[in-house]
Design a protein around this ligand. Structure first.
Ligand code: ATP
Ligand code: MG
Length: 247
């Protein structure tokens, strides 16, 4: 589904991502972990089109999308959430979904027919995403009035409303309490059952180890390990990176 080859992003002398390779298979929950500043968010920013790579390739369903603008990547089937929540706090929950709305480009028929049909279809997708995220009862409330965990769920709903083929989640559990994390765990499993493909960045190790099929570990912009949760947990370089970061 997604293949990253020699992907690099340098900011002046800072090699945030420094030539990484990995492949995400269809239907897989793929974990991307590593200490703070190891290049995880930069990788997602490259895949979603927020940054242009310094080098390397991003292949999505076999096509190089490295220079495709971000909004086109959304219509190709790539949607994301942000580590730092990005919502319009003075708009309602429902309006926040509309703001992100991006109609798929493959509809046929005249302009008016496509427009009306597109709006109805979009409304249905948004409703489903809100219900799935447990926010249907909050649709008319201002996003700014939501509790923190609800705002994270709205971020998820916004990404899901696009019905992406690949969902990129950048620390969805950050700032959540134990109960909210358990709900998130459940939601990720449901999405997996519906054969969504997911890239999950998370510091919450219990969650990562529980829901991912495979994990890629970054340190200083480079891949230091890749494998199943069990393999990665047993890896000496991974233990060293985390212990080093803690010390
Ligand atoms: N726009 C930017 N300009 C300059 N440096 C950047 C930029 N974005 C990221 N960096 C640097 O790149 C490195 C990797 O950052 P990144 O945000 O990808 O890390 P991360 O793995 O997501 O960390 P965290 O777990 O703290 O979110 C850091 O040293 C960071 O300061
Ligand atoms: Mg990050």
């Amino acid at each position: 589904m997604l293949e990253v080859r020699g992907l690099a992003k340098h900011f002046g002398g800072v090699r945030s991502v420094d030539g990484i390779d990995f492949t995400i298979r269809p239907g897989e929950v793929f974990g991307l972990i590593g200490p703070n500043g190891s290049g995880k968010s930069t990788t997602v920013n490259l895949i979603s089109g927020l940054y242009e790579p310094t080098g390397g390739q991003i292949l999505f369903e076999g096509n190089d999308i490295g220079r495709v603008p971000a909004h086109r990547r959304l219509s190709l089937g790539l949607a994301r959430t942000f580590q730092n929540i990005r919502l319009f706090s003075n708009l309602t929950v429902w309006e926040n979904l509309w703001m992100a709305e991006n109609a798929p480009s493959h509809r046929t028929g005249g302009f008016l027919k496509r427009w009306i049909g597109g709006r109805k279809e979009a409304r249905d997708r948004m409703k489903r995403a809100l219900e799935f995220s447990g926010l249907a009862h909050r649709a008319d409330d201002f996003a700014g009035s939501l509790a923190f965990g609800e705002q994270r769920r709205l971020e998820l709903a916004r990404a899901l409303a696009a019905e992406p083929k690949l969902l990129l989640l950048d620390e969805p559990a950050a700032g959540m309490n134990a109960e909210e994390i358990a709900e998130l765990d459940e939601r990720i499993r449901l999405l997996q059952k519906e054969s969504y493909t997911i890239l999950l960045i998370e510091h919450h190790m219990e969650l990562v180890m529980a829901v991912t099929d495979r994990i890629c570990v970054l340190n200083f912009g480079r891949k230091i390990a890749e494998g199943t949760p069990v393999e990665v947990q047993a890896d000496a370089a991974v233990r060293e990176a985390y212990l080093g970061a803690a010390a």
